[in-house]
Design a protein around this ligand. Sequence first.
Ligand SMILES: NC(=O)c1ccc[n+]([C@@H]2O[C@H](COP(=O)([O-])OP(=O)(O)OC[C@H]3O[C@@H](n4cnc5c(N)ncnc54)[C@H](OP(=O)(O)O)[C@@H]3O)[C@@H](O)[C@H]2O)c1
Length: 277
Amino acid sequence: MMVTSLQSTVTLHNGVQMPWFGLGVFQVSDGQEVVDSVLAAIKAGYRSIDTAAIYGNEEGVGQAIKESGVDRSDLFITSKVWNADQGYETTLKAFDTSLQKLGLDYLDLYLIHWPTAGKYKDTWKALEKLYSEGRVKAIGVSNFHVHHLEDLLKDAAIKPMVNQVEYHPHLAQIELRAFCKEQGIQLEAWSPLKQGELLTNDTINAIATKYGKSAAQVILRWDLQNEVVTIPKSAKEQRIIDNANIFDFALAEEDMEAINRLNKDERVGPDPDNFNF
Ligand SMILES: NC(=O)c1ccc[n+]([C@@H]2O[C@H](COP(=O)([O-])OP(=O)(O)OC[C@H]3O[C@@H](n4cnc5c(N)ncnc54)[C@H](OP(=O)(O)O)[C@@H]3O)[C@@H](O)[C@H]2O)c1
């Protein structure tokens, strides 16, 4: 695996290049806060931005993309269809709304945000249509367990290119990671820092001291060495810069293993088998 810079990419199963590292913008307010965050990230060399219709900040993300002056073709923009919009026609409409808010004429990646029972197969058909029309370069899912993927794959014409799930040292997703690898579905980590909770972990801080790095940098490096795409969120410019400064060191196997041992299958977000939104 060649991950040498913030702009290094993984090749998805359809040939599309996706950056290994990006900025998440969940809980970043629309308007100046998200514009500043995205501009700071792009200035620091980030090329991948992860938003969603439900985050309510697609307009600000779009504004920052325009203001950045970076070619659209050099950026990788992800959004997601919200649960209330799932279903075939409603997803097509939601996609148009997201594009319009972002001010874009295509997305790089469009995801089903959650595996809404009884709906996600129709939603997937809509994503397949958008993909075949070239309006999105890659399609995928989010918060899908192995059983959701197996169910979807029974009827899918196109296999998802990405599954974006909660993933961090307390939730290493052993079974799901192996399944996705076997299927050629790229795993992507949300809440890679467990929303900040893991930054005070003693094991991670001891390793950080050893490498002269921060706890956040160690965790994000662990993601990449496990071949998981990662999209940490920060709304603070210095943290946005620092979080991405992970391409000048490598964790030794013993340190990877020490972090692996922290796994306790513990979530900070909802379990995809039991969500009520
Ligand atoms: N698909 C899904 O269902 C789903 C669900 C959740 C998240 N996501 C995506 O994944 C992205 C990341 O997840 P997340 O935002 O939940 O959590 P996260 O990236 O694990 O953690 C973000 C939190 O950590 C803080 N932080 C970031 N860098 C830091 C640093 N270097 N030092 C100290 N604190 C730091 C941030 O605060 P400051 O902003 O104050 O720096 C924020 O409170 C989201 O933004 C979103 O794009 C997707």
